[in-house]
Design a protein around this ligand. Structure first.
Ligand code: PLA
Length: 464
């Protein structure tokens, strides 16, 4: 911040002027036409004999001159680059957004039905309370923890509707910054790129724990455990509830138990980001089992949820932050503070998507249909995963083992391609992907698997 303010000042030609002169210049702005009327030229360019003060006024130099161009976002920026490419074979495997076999965006049938119901009811557009829609908060905690989880009945869960997964993580980060000063968040290496931005912007210190082992293209379980053990007592350990992004590698149930053991031993606080519930296995319950296991141990748990992927509500920005506390009293206080953080940030969350979730989860028929659609989506991704593996194995004669593609789960495959190889994928093959080697299989069709396999094999063998 400070440096951008400084450079702003030094980048203007008026750097040598006193503040008095500058403010004089500012005043003159309002009467430029008067001052320059005799010149009969563009007053914003012509500066003739008006001295230094008028020079400031006359030049069209922005007060924002010192603000440098931000780089494109490593994930959402890929979609922008994709749009700008006219090649007929182009493929967008950057952002994790579900597409049909025809590579079109997909609105779930249950969402359409819930939309219709809402239209018929003619709901108003009044502000929601700061914590969000009560019916949404109820079902979202139940979906995460299981409807009959004792912590819900005991009112030990503080649930606040956030601006989808990202906004919910940001609320939790602000809570950590405010009430756990100096506490560190440990994030996996690698992780979803935006985690670092979120904690940086919230001024929460973070460091990484080992997670991915490039040699085995699997989990570095020993490294993970020893890094969590080595973290200062009382750290927050950020865990992907299921379908780890970007690697697609999740711990086994036994490994999860051991992770919980060390977190408990070290008095750390587990902080789940569960953005793909239902997308990893096709089952909402199975995908929440990691979170539920920690809660069943009586641990206090933070969990951010998102409905972007599993209900396809991407642009509605629907999610929640849940803090499972050891007493109802603590939960009430945590909730009150989450609301206090939310109020000056965005005041209150959006209503439409929250009503959709409440209707779909709260209605047994729609809920059943949702589960079927989710299974269908997860199934389509599994099919392209299999076809991609088959294509890679049959086309590549080098003997390389591509079976890691099948071992990974969720929306993504972590290919292991380096930056230069990823550049080749995009520049030569028009395959858009993130530069960490991640491809979104949700954006792939069976028909494009062979083309993608050719692109990967070429990039892997011919680019170093
Ligand atoms: N957490 C993880 C692990 C994610 O992968 C994402 C989304 C989110 C949270 C936040 O999603 P939400 O705010 O829409 O609820 N990751 C995407 C999109 C799908 C993105 O980067 O924003 C991705 O392509 O990685």
């Amino acid at each position: 911040m400070a440096s951008s303010v400084l450079s702003l000042a030094s980048a203007t030609p008026s750097a040598s002027l006193s503040s008095h002169e500058i403010s004089k210049g500012k005043l003159n702005l309002g009467s430029t036409s008067l001052c320059f009327s005799k010149e009969k030229t563009n007053p914003f360019i012509k500066t003739k004999s008006f001295g230094r003060v008028s020079m400031v006024v006359a030049s069209n130099v922005s007060r924002f001159e010192g603000i440098t161009m931000a780089p494109p976002d490593p994930i959402l920026g890929v979609s922008e680059a994709f749009k700008a490419d006219n090649h007929e074979l182009k493929l967008n495997l950057g952002v994790g957004a579900y597409r049909t076999e025809e590579l079109q965006p997909y609105v779930l049938n249950v969402v359409k039905k819930a939309d219709q119901l809402l239209l018929e009811k003619g709901e108003n557009r009044e502000y929601l309370p700061i914590e969000g829609l009560a019916a949404f908060n109820k079902v979202t905690a139940e979906l995460l923890l299981g409807a009959d989880n004792p912590v819900i009945k005991q009112q030990k869960v503080a649930t606040v509707q956030g601006l989808s997964g990202t906004g919910s993580l940001r609320l939790a980060a602000a809570l950590i910054e405010r009430y756990f000063p100096g506490a560190k968040v440990l994030i996996s290496s690698p992780t979803w790129g935006n985690h670092k931005n979120i904690f940086n912007d919230a001024r929460v210190p973070w460091s990484e724990y080992r997670y991915y082992d490039p040699k085995t293209v699997g989990l570095d379980f020993e490294g993970m455990i020893s890094d969590i053990k080595a973290a200062p007592e009382g750290s927050f350990i950020l865990l992907h509830g299921c379908a780890h992004n970007p690697t697609g590698i999740d711990p086994t149930p036994e490994q999860w138990e051991k992770i919980a053991d060390v977190i408990q031993e070290k008095n750390h606080i587990p902080f789940f980001d569960i953005a793909y519930q239902g997308f990893a296995s096709g089952s909402l319950d199975a995908d929440a089992s990691s979170v539920r296991m920690f809660v069943a141990r009586g641990m206090e748990v933070v969990a951010a949820q998102s409905y972007s992927k599993n209900l396809g509500l991407y642009a509605e920005r629907i999610g929640a932050i849940n803090v499972v506390c050891s007493s109802p009293d603590a939960a009430a206080r945590v909730k009150s503070q989450l609301k206090r953080i939310a109020r000056p940030m965005y005041s209150n969350p959006p209503v439409h998507g929250a009503r959709i979730v409440a209707n779909v989860v709260g209605d047994p028929t729609l809920f059943k249909e949702w589960n079927e659609e989710m299974e269908m989506m997860a199934g389509r991704i599994k099919n392209v995963r299999q076809k991609l593996y088959d294509s890679l194995s049959s086309k590549d004669k080098s003997g390389k083992d591509w079976s890691f593609v099948l071992k990974q789960i969720g929306m993504f495959s972590f290919t292991g391609l380096n930056k230069a190889q990823c550049d080749n994928m995009t520049n030569k093959w028009h395959v858009y992907m993130t530069k960490d080697g991640r491809i979104s299989l949700a954006g792939l069709s069976l028909a494009k698997c062979e083309y993608l396999a050719d692109a990967i094999i070429d990039s892997y063998h011919n680019v170093s």
